[in-house]
Structure formats: structure tokens, C-alpha cells
Design a protein around this ligand. Structure first.
Ligand SMILES: Nc1ncnc2c1ncn2[C@@H]1O[C@H](COP(=O)(O)OP(=O)(O)OP(=O)(O)O)[C@@H](O)[C@H]1O
Length: 279
């Protein structure tokens, strides 16, 4: 693998706060996956005061793949996502987005602009704005003052918003204030805001935490709809939910991959059973 500088990028502060990354100028060079995966992690190590939160972690995700990540508390799931999104620098190891982009050399905003979108567990939508406005704010446009003053949605952008509204099941709710949505709807809206940025890789951290059963079911449908169009990594503790969307599942433990394969294979893996039941 070869590293190279990333595409020209305008970094800025995302309006949705920590970790969110909406509304930046993107000059995203195509993510080259012609000879390999969209995400490549090799021997990643991360220590906090001598404690190895990630310990020689190896993982690859293919373009369009839906990957579920499970693992007990403290397994390193969040830290792994922090490494992928540039929030945490690994002590050692390789992390590549496609074949060219060395994630260990880029900052969070650069990584977001390249096409890695992350949704944190807690929704961070703009509560005082409508659903439509939230999606509009997340558009991949230049948010500096002059273009913002003269900003008008193009037909194509309106179509994109309409399409995202359908995908996140909020068609007909576009004029509602985001603050009045249910918890599940806020989560979908935030996924919609990510989709406005057309990310190649989407990281979802516990997307169904706190949802009703009906909302959880609809979230599964939504994620399955995104499969193939984006590469998706879902970190979740809810095994019933994972069971409904699982393709390939990776179980992390003590900062490394403990088991990987089909849901059935991982669930029946003795090491996994011991980690979940034997402790
Ligand atoms: N900033 C930090 N400083 C010190 N220790 C940390 C820090 N971040 C994470 N850790 C430790 O690293 C280990 C892995 O944490 P991490 O949050 O990545 O696990 P996780 O699999 O996401 O857990 P959970 O399922 O509970 O969210 C834990 O033991 C945690 O206490």
C-alpha cells in the first residue's frame, strides 16, 4: 500500500458539533478500490496510559459491504471508529481508505470530506429547524458567507433531498421541526444528513439504542436499503437487531478481532460464547 496526500480540502467547523461534518467544500478524489477494499486496517494499536485499547487490530471492509461489529463493553469498538475517523491517532499500524488515502495522516474534517460519515449514538440534529432545513444544511455546499447569502437550491439538490426523505422514511414530515420528532425519527434524520454528503463509508454507532421495536424494525429496513450503495459499519449491542441485518459479523474483544463470519458462525464460536457468557 502506498500513501499519498489527500485531495484539496476546505476544512471548517461542522455546525452539528463534535464529530459531525456537514456542509464543507469537498474536492473528493475518487476512492480507488479497484484492487482492494474500501477500508483496510492492519496491526492497529492504540494505548491510553499504557493500556492497549486496540491491540493489533486487522480488518478489511469491501465496497458496498454491510459489516456488523459486536463485542462486550470495552472491546475497542468506539476506539476503532475513532481511528477510522481521525479522532484518535493509532500508535502503530496502517489505516487506509481505498488504496490511496492514509487515514493516519489526515485530520477529522479531511477524512469526513473524503467520504467517511459517522453517526454517533446521540442524535445531533438542529432541533429548531425543520426536517427539510436540516437536510439542506447538510448539503455538500460551500458554507462560506458569500455563497451562503446567495444560496438557492438547484433542482438536482431538491431531488436529492426528496430522495433522502424517502429513504429515511420522513417523506411528508419535511416541514416538522426536528425537535418535535420521535427519538427514532431524529436518528433517521441524522442518517439522512449523512446521506446528503454522499459518503462512501458510513459508520453507525448503536443506531437502535433507545428505539421502539417498530422504529428498530424500520431502521433495519433503512440500513438494508443502503447496503450496496454505501459501505456500512454498524456497531450495536442489540443482538436481535444485528440478527435481522447481519451479513458478515466481526466480534471484537480486548482490542482485537475475536471472531469473524456469518452471524451463526460467530454466535456459535466458543471464544465468543465465553466472552459473552463466561465472564
Ligand atoms: N480516552 C481514553 N482514555 C483512557 N482509556 C480509554 C479512553 N478511551 C477508551 N478507553 C478504554 O479503552 C477500552 C476500549 O474502549 P472503547 O470505548 O473503544 O470500547 P467499546 O467496545 O466501544 O465499549 P462500549 O461497548 O462500552 O462502548 C476501554 O477499556 C476504555 O475504558
Amino acid at each position: 500500500m502506498q500513501s499519498e496526500n489527500s485531495a484539496p480540502i476546505h476544512a471548517g467547523t461542522g455546525p452539528a458539533g463534535a464529530g459531525a461534518s456537514y456542509g464543507h467544500v469537498v474536492d473528493r478524489s475518487k476512492v480507488d478500490t479497484s484492487h482492494g477494499p474500501i477500508l483496510y486496517l492492519e496491526d492497529i494499536c492504540v494505548s491510553f496510559d499504557g493500556f492497549k485499547a486496540i491491540n493489533n487490530l486487522n480488518m478489511t471492509i469491501e465496497r458496498g459491504e454491510l459489516r456488523c461489529i459486536i463485542g462486550p463493553n470495552g472491546a475497542g469498538k468506539t476506539t476503532m471508529m475513532d481511528v477510522i475517523t481521525g479522532k484518535t491517532r493509532p500508535d502503530s499500524g496502517k489505516a487506509f481508505f481505498g488504496q490511496v488515502h492514509d487515514l493516519t495522516r489526515l485530520v477529522e474534517t479531511e477524512i469526513a470530506h473524503l467520504g467517511i460519515g459517522r453517526k454517533f449514538q446521540k442524535p445531533t440534529v438542529f432541533e429548531q429547524h425543520t426536517v427539510f432545513e436540516n437536510l439542506e444544511l447538510a448539503l455538500k455546499t460551500d458554507k462560506s458567507v458569500k455563497p451562503t447569502l446567495f444560496f438557492r437550491l438547484t433542482g438536482e439538490q431538491r431531488d436529492h433531498i426528496a430522495q433522502v426523505l424517502r429513504t429515511i422514511k420522513l417523506e411528508g414530515s419535511e416541514h416538522r421541526l426536528a425537535g418535535n420528532l420521535s427519538h427514532g425519527q431524529k436518528q433517521w434524520l441524522e442518517i439522512g444528513m449523512l446521506l446528503m454528503q454522499e459518503p462512501e463509508l458510513i459508520l453507525l454507532d448503536e443506531p437502535v439504542a433507545g428505539m421502539t421495536d417498530a422504529e428498530t424494525e424500520r431502521t433495519a429496513e433503512l440500513i438494508l436499503e443502503l447496503e450496496g450503495k454505501h459501505s456500512i459499519m454498524v456497531v450495536e449491542h442489540d443482538m436481535d437487531f444485528i440478527g435481522t441485518i447481519a451479513r458478515k459479523v466481526t466480534c471484537l474483544c480486548d482490542g482485537s478481532v475475536l471472531a469473524e463470519g456469518s452471524m451463526e458462525a460467530v454466535q456459535n464460536d466458543e471464544k465468543v460464547i465465553e466472552v459473552y457468557l463466561g465472564r
